[in-house]
Design a protein around this ligand. Structure first.
Ligand SMILES: Cc1ncc(COP(=O)(O)O)c(C=O)c1O
Length: 395
């Protein structure tokens, strides 16, 4: 068992990484500590680079399809990690999950239809349907004892004949919830009854921390399986978002035929050589890397939580049950959102995501990406403490 070095500081500047090289345009300062866009500052499992390099040495990159081993690696992974037995015919490559959401919206709804989301939630859930001129309806999550819960009664009450799709973030970004079986069953029942198609975005599923266990939405009941399109990917899990290798899983033949025909009409289901290879390599050889990465991420989460409790008690971390994003409750600082963002960016020199981009419930929050070496986090929190102390001295 090799020990991977997640403490290694790797300079990403100059690679066109959004996280570093878009700081100047997005935040007006290229030198901030970058804790925003959701990728990690860790090297992917070595097997991924090895597979790409080995294939690159061949030197011919003509039209290339997915191999049987690629499909097997996904089927085995989903079974091994999520206890869900999927069939190869349910699987289709898609060029990214946000694009997949757009395809579903385009394929299954029309202009006057409503798309239900559960904010605060990953912002493209709102932006993509809106850009497609669909009506986005909020079924806000409820904050109960510092954790988000689904508002099942609220969902029942808001459904209208025009409600056609619900986009589920499973697990949840930015709150980090791993939804319970009961929550998923409830959603499945209601949506089945009202013929609302569910998109289950499970991009963060491999990153659930024990004892939490991700439950694939479609696995909770036959109604869930027959009325959903699941999206998964190795991109967050193994830090290969730039390679773009996602897939849809659709057990229902009618839905699958319709969606796949839509994809095929523009060849959107065709991946590229390295997308297939990287996914396969990660799924076949990445287990140990993932175990160690999750341990490291969990230690970072614990560090942030303890640091805040001792040094900046006005800011509270919502402890994620999955993934490397921490939702920071900054409401006790009593700042307007503009001043809160300015405190982080201009005073503390930190680039986090402004909570309001996640919609309803995001006011007073910031999202911090802790998929980075601990040394970066220590520095960031020291900066934040100084900025908060100074601000409060001058009040
Ligand atoms: C919930 C969720 N879905 C999708 C994505 C992006 O997926 P993709 O890069 O495949 O479009 C992210 C990235 O942060 C995410 O958090």
């Amino acid at each position: 068992m090799s020990q991977y070095n997640f403490d290694e500081i790797i300079d990403r500047r100059g690679t066109n990484a959004l996280k570093t090289d878009a700081l100047a345009t997005r935040y007006g300062n290229p030198d901030l500590i970058s804790l925003w866009v959701a990728d990690m500052d860790f090297k992917s499992p070595p097997a991924v680079a090895d597979a790409i390099i080995e294939r690159a040495k061949h030197g011919i990159f003509g039209y290339t399809g997915p191999s049987q081993e690629y499909y097997n690696s996904i089927i085995n992974w989903v079974d091994r990690h999520h206890n869900w037995k999927i069939q190869q015919e349910w699987l289709t490559f898609i060029p990214g999950i946000v694009k997949g959401i757009a395809f579903v919206i385009d394929c299954f709804t029309s202009r006057d239809h409503q798309v239900i989301i559960q904010p605060p939630v990953y912002h493209p859930f709102r932006i993509i349907p809106s850009l497609h001129h669909r009506i986005v309806k909020d079924n806000p999550l409820k904050l109960e004892t510092g954790q988000y819960k689904m508002d099942i009664d609220g969902l029942k009450a808001m459904i209208e004949p025009a409600s056609k799709v619900l986009i589920l973030c499973n697990p949840h970004n930015p709150g980090g919830r791993v939804w319970t079986r009961q929550e998923l069953v409830d959603i499945a029942e209601i949506c089945y009854e009202h013929k609302i198609l569910i998109i289950s975005d499970e991009i963060h599923s491999d990153l659930a921390f024990s004892p939490n266990k991700h439950i694939p939405f479609a696995s909770v009941s036959e109604k869930a399986a027959q009325n959903s399109i699941t999206f998964m990917a190795p991109s967050k899990t193994f830090n290969i978002a730039g390679i773009v290798s996602s897939y849809s899983i659709i057990p229902n033949k009618e839905l699958r035929d319709k969606f796949n025909a839509y994809l095929e009409s523009s060849e959107l289901d065709e991946g590229h050589i390295f997308a297939y290879l990287a996914a396969q390599a990660a799924y076949e050889h990445g287990d140990e890397w993932l175990t160690q990465a999750k341990d490291y991420i969990w230690k970072n989460i614990t560090f942030v939580d303890e640091y805040l409790k001792v040094n900046i008690p006005q800011i509270k971390a919502m402890i994620p049950e999955a993934s490397f994003l921490i939702w920071l409750d900054c409401t006790e600082l009593n700042l307007s959102q503009k001043d809160l963002v300015s405190l982080f960016v201009n005073d503390a020199k930190l680039a986090l995501n402004d909570g309001t981009m996640f919609g309803h419930g995001g006011e007073g929050y910031m999202r911090m990406n802790i998929g980075t070496p601990l040394a970066n986090i220590q520095k960031a929190l020291d900066n934040l403490k100084k900025a908060v102390d100074t601000k409060q001295m001058h009040r």
